[in-house]
Design a protein around this ligand. Structure first.
Ligand SMILES: [Zn+2]
Length: 299
C-alpha cells in the first residue's frame, strides 16, 4: 500500500512523471489517483521493481478501495427532509423522528414574506432545533439552511451563529453575491447558491470554486407540496457538467416535488442530494418513504 501511495504521489508530479515516462505514461494530467494505479496493472514500474512476484490480487483490492472513495459513478446520495412540511407544533420531535428514519440532512426553508410570498422560521428556531439534529446514537446531522430572503447577509450570519452547517441563498436576492458567499464562509458554515427554475446559471462562471453546494429549485419557491418542473432535469445536467469541470467537491441538491417515483430520474440527471418535504412528512411512516427512495436510487 505504501508503494502504491508513493506512485500515486509521483503521478501528480510532472517532473517525476516524465522521468518515469513509459511506465506511468497516462499520469501527467494532475488528477492522479485512479490513472496512476491503472497503468501499474499492465507492464509498468511495479512489475519492473517486483518482477513477476507481485500480488495482483492484493493490488486489485487496493484499487477497489481507492476507486470506491473517488468514483463519480457511485456518488453518496443524501436525503434531506424539509421541515417546511413537518408539524410545526412539535418540530424537535419531528426532526428526531425523521433522522431516526434515515434522513441524512435536515433542510430548513427560510421564507421572509418579501423575497417569497410566505413566512416560516428564523435563526432562533434553528438554534432551538440544533440539539435535536442528532442520530439516535448522538452523531450530529447537518442543518441545511435554504434562505429565501432579501437582503441575505445579516440573516445568513445569524443562521451561521445559530448552528447552520450549510447556508444557501438566491443570487438574485443579494446585491453582492461573492461577498455574501465569503460572509457565510467567514462564519465557518458551508456556502451554497440556489437557482429558481427560470434563473440562468451564469453567475456560476465566477463563483463556483467558492461553493460547497448548488441547490436547484424544481418548483417556484414559497410553498410546499408543489409538482416537480421537468425542465429542471436539463438544468441538473448542466450544473453537473460545471461541477465536474470545476474538479471541486460540491453537492448538487434539488428542491421541490421530489417523491419516490421521480427521485431516480433526478439522480440520473446528476443530483446527489434530495430535498423532500410533503413526500416524507405527509406520510405516516417516514422510514418507509426514505427506505423506498433509497431502494429506487440503488435500483
Ligand atoms: Zn428549500
Amino acid at each position: 500500500m505504501h508503494f502504491l501511495l508513493f506512485l500515486v504521489g509521483v503521478g501528480d508530479q510532472p517532473v517525476a512523471c516524465n522521468q518515469l515516462c513509459g511506465y506511468l505514461t497516462r499520469v501527467g494530467d494532475g488528477d492522479g489517483v485512479r490513472k496512476a494505479i491503472d497503468p501499474l496493472l499492465g507492464d509498468g514500474l511495479l512489475r519492473l521493481v517486483l518482477g513477476e512476484r507481485f500480488n495482483l490480487k492484493l493490488i486489485h483490492r487496493h484499487m477497489a478501495i481507492v476507486t470506491a472513495t473517488i468514483d463519480p459513478m457511485n456518488p453518496t446520495y443524501r436525503i434531506a427532509p424539509s421541515i417546511l412540511s413537518a408539524d410545526f407544533a412539535r418540530l424537535g420531535e419531528e426532526v428526531r423522528t425523521v433522522i431516526a428514519s434515515g434522513a441524512d440532512w435536515i433542510h430548513f426553508d427560510v421564507m421572509d414574506n418579501h423575497y417569497v410570498p410566505n413566512l416560516t422560521f428564523g435563526p432562533m428556531i434553528c438554534q432551538a432545533l440544533k440539539p435535536h439534529a442528532v442520530t439516535p446514537d448522538g452523531k450530529p446531522v447537518p442543518i441545511d439552511v435554504h434562505l429565501m430572503v432579501q437582503p441575505v447577509d445579516e440573516l445568513a450570519s445569524a443562521f451561521a451563529k445559530a448552528g447552520a452547517d450549510y447556508i444557501s441563498f438566491h443570487p438574485d436576492a443579494s446585491a453582492h453575491v461573492h461577498r455574501s458567499i465569503q460572509n457565510i464562509k467567514s462564519h465557518g458554515a458551508k456556502a451554497g447558491l440556489t437557482f429558481n427554475p427560470a434563473m440562468p446559471l451564469d453567475v456560476l462562471d465566477w463563483v463556483i470554486e467558492d461553493l460547497d453546494l448548488i441547490l436547484l429549485m424544481s418548483v417556484n419557491p414559497g410553498f410546499g407540496g408543489q409538482s416537480f418542473i421537468d425542465s429542471t432535469l436539463r438544468k441538473i445536467e448542466a450544473v453537473r457538467k460545471r461541477i465536474d469541470a470545476s474538479g471541486k467537491d460540491i453537492r448538487l441538491e434539488v428542491d421541490g416535488g421530489i417523491k419516490e417515483n421521480n427521485i431516480r430520474a433526478v439522480a440520473n440527471a446528476g443530483a446527489d442530494t434530495f430535498v423532500a418535504g410533503s413526500a416524507i412528512f405527509g406520510k405516516p411512516d417516514y422510514k418507509a418513504v426514505i427506505d423506498q427512495m433509497r431502494a429506487n436510487l440503488a435500483a
